[in-house]
Design a protein around this ligand. Structure first.
Ligand code: FAD
Length: 408
């Protein structure tokens, strides 16, 4: 049986960065990345942005040029699933019927797009935006003449896809079951602004609306029937309704976890010699009042990867990175810092009508997060307020003429 010193499961942001960080920190033993994806490591954010829009080819969204992995002696085994983990024998069972052993395992398997489950969900023409393959298939259908799209879910991915499809001159309807867009991640000020902006750009946005049935003909979607009884005709459906953490084999092996897999501040799961990082890892986050959460962001995947690689190298540093995120829609660049969970007050800086403003989130008078639209200055300076857990008078915060750096 083949043995590797460190095996990483998953070739996304977390898996790739874990391998990079191991080498950067002087790890000389063998490193293997096993991944279900058939492509060398690539960035996911462009999948709902420039890659979907056709503005960036695949080569430009690779995390490193292909040669890099060989140069660093990082072996990639792609197109293979890890189906089984035996934590006692430190052995993995792969979908190609091979078995490999490890000294340390880093589980960076992210999540799979949550699938539509209503009647009619087996029709062709329903798309997800999680992998290069998903987006290539969607692009092929758009190129073949699909012009009317229904997007299910008004989270970041659904809204980014809506913005790209409008740019491609498609007719776009967004159906969201909650009463505002971005409801899980942002306050009403931001939601209202984005809802209005999408409508201005010609998106037909249906809030508080659920999809009941997907209608089809000859095995292909023809429309979406909502709970109001209306059928919205379409050629394609794009579902952006969240992910299901890919942790089955770890949980089956006995790892603790109910929302992904539980890890401590160094990325260690409850199983010996097994770390987990990125989208699949539930951890107590210092920027969320130490609540146990999963973050789905490049920042979190990269920073957890570095923490786990360092811990393996004997340099234990507890995870304490400030969360940040971005989203591009039309000519709007949103940058967020901190985690707004549990906020009890918001302060608006600037005027949304100028397409340049920030929403500051406070909990018990402390700045915990900012959402900044076309406002990089507030984002950069606000980050310091979040990191300092600064207490700032809301009236002072609201004065956009005063730079945030003066409030530290
Ligand atoms: P992933 O990147 O999901 O990688 C998981 C890997 O594991 C994949 O390669 C998968 O094939 C593999 N895998 C899964 N199960 C197995 C198994 N059993 N065996 C072998 N391999 C397996 N974040 C931002 O910060 N900003 C953005 O603007 C942004 N936009 C996004 C847009 C889209 C369309 C998507 C999908 C995500 C976006 N994100 C964004 C989120 C960000 O991409 C993720 O948080 C990040 O990719 C998580 O990295 P990860 O390594 O944890 O998981």
């Amino acid at each position: 049986m083949e043995h590797f010193d460190i095996v990483i499961v998953g070739s996304g942001h977390g898996g790739a960065q874990a391998a990079i960080a191991l080498r950067q920190n002087g790890h000389e033993g063998s490193v293997l990345i096993v991944s279900r994806d058939r492509n060398p490591p690539y960035e996911r954010p462009p999948l709902s942005k420039e890659y979907l829009a056709g503005e960036k080819p695949f080569e430009r969204i690779q995390i490193r040029p292909e040669q890099f992995w060989a140069d660093k002696d990082i072996e990639l085994r792609l197109g293979r699933n890890v189906n089984e983990v035996d934590p006692v024998a430190r052995e993995l069972g792969l979908s190609d019927d091979t078995r490999i052993t490890y000294r340390k395992l880093i589980w960076a398997a992210g999540g799979d797009a949550r699938r539509m489950s209503c009647p009619g969900s087996d029709n062709a023409g329903i798309h997800y935006v999680r992998t290069r393959r998903d987006v290539d298939t969607l692009k092929e259908e758009l190129a073949a003449g699909a012009k009317r799209a229904v997007i299910v879910g008004a989270g970041y991915i659904g809204l980014e896809a809506a913005a790209v499809l409008r740019k491609l001159d498609c007719q776009v309807t967004v159906v969201e079951v909650l009463d505002r867009v971005l409801a899980r991640v942002a306050g009403p000020e931001l939601s209202d602004f984005y809802a209005a902006y999408h409508r201005e750009q010609g998106v037909d946005l249906r809030l508080s609306t659920a999809v009941e049935t997907i209608t089809g003909e000859n095995g292909r979607v023809t429309g979406v029937m909502t709970d109001s009884g209306e059928t919205i005709a379409c050629d394609v459906i794009i579902a952006g309704i969240g992910i299901v953490p890919s942790v089955g084999p770890l949980i089956a092996a006995g790892a603790a976890g109910s929302n992904g897999v539980d890890v401590d501040a160094y990325g260690r799961t409850t199983l010996d010699n097994i770390y987990a990082i990125g989208d699949c890892a539930s951890h107590a986050n210092p920027y969320a009042d130490n609540k146990v959460i999963r973050l789905e962001s490049v920042q979190n995947a990269n920073d957890m990867a570095t923490i786990a690689a360092k811990a393996i190298m004997g340099d234990k540093q507890a995870y304490d990175a400030v969360p940040w995120f971005w989203s591009n829609q039309y000519d709007l660049r949103l940058q967020t810092v901190g985690i707004s969970i549990g906020y009890d007050a918001t302060v608006l800086r600037g005027d949304p009508a100028d397409k340049k403003f920030s929403v500051v989130y406070l909990r018990e008078g402390v700045v915990i997060a900012l959402d900044c639209v076309n406002n990089t200055k507030d984002y950069v300076q606000g980050r310091k307020l979040v990191m300092a857990r600064a207490e700032v008078d809301p009236e002072v915060l609201a004065d956009s003429a005063v730079p945030l750096k003066d409030m530290l």
